[in-house]
Design a protein around this ligand. Sequence first.
Ligand SMILES: [Zn+2]
Length: 277
Amino acid sequence: MPEGDTIFRAARTLHRALAGKAVVRFESVLPHLTRVHDDTPLTGRTVDEVRAAGKHLLMQFSGDLLLRTHMRMNGSWHIYRPGEPWQRPRRAMRIVVGTADFEAVGFDIPVAEMIRGTDLRRHEELRKLGPDLLGDEFDAGEAVRRIRARGASEVADVLLNQRVLAGIGNVYKSEVLFACGVSPFAPVASLSDVQVECLVATGRRFLRANVTDHLAPMTTYTGFRRTTRRSDPKERLWVYGRAGDPCRTCGAPISIRPHGRDARLTYWCPTCQPSTS
Ligand SMILES: [Zn+2]
């Protein structure tokens, strides 16, 4: 699943390419989207804004219409010049929003809907999102309270819960826990206040660091995620993807275990992140 920083970067790239421009082309293989387009055409509207809300990508059109997409595991948005060959097969296309200069192509997007402006405030999933780690008005105190409210749950699961905290995916989950010296399997209730505050502050720091890096214009995804501040591409992460390799801090082999509801892979150092109980 894309992390919050991937969605944030995609939204920023789409915004840069599309905002203020008129839609000249709309295409989709999703009938519930084409129905809206048939009734109230997207073409002729202006793209007002593209932004991220947690892992949701929101494309706002003039005339109070909003396209919400969620990438889940495999979805992605690409930006192309008209006529430029796509990097994914045509059959993976779900949505195309084209302006005179660019076309935004959504591939394998599993969740997409058109929302009327007045319905947005009532929107179930968006309303329930926890504080957004990449949001300007991020409320760390509220994030700590929401984590604390899940005292019986293992902290690795709680960090992935977008209703607790919006933005952390499976990579950052392992990285943040390592950085704070917290065992992924510790129940939240066993953590100190310092540890919980560390998780929130580190989550925000890691995500923000990965959206402020200088990026080549108009790329929607880079593999440049980094938490260690090292420049060698092989040394960008502390534990994620490093099962059996020596811990960068203590040298002990990094462990791996499928964990939680979807058996997501969890990486940790048993020495640096001891069980608290
Ligand atoms: Zn270690």
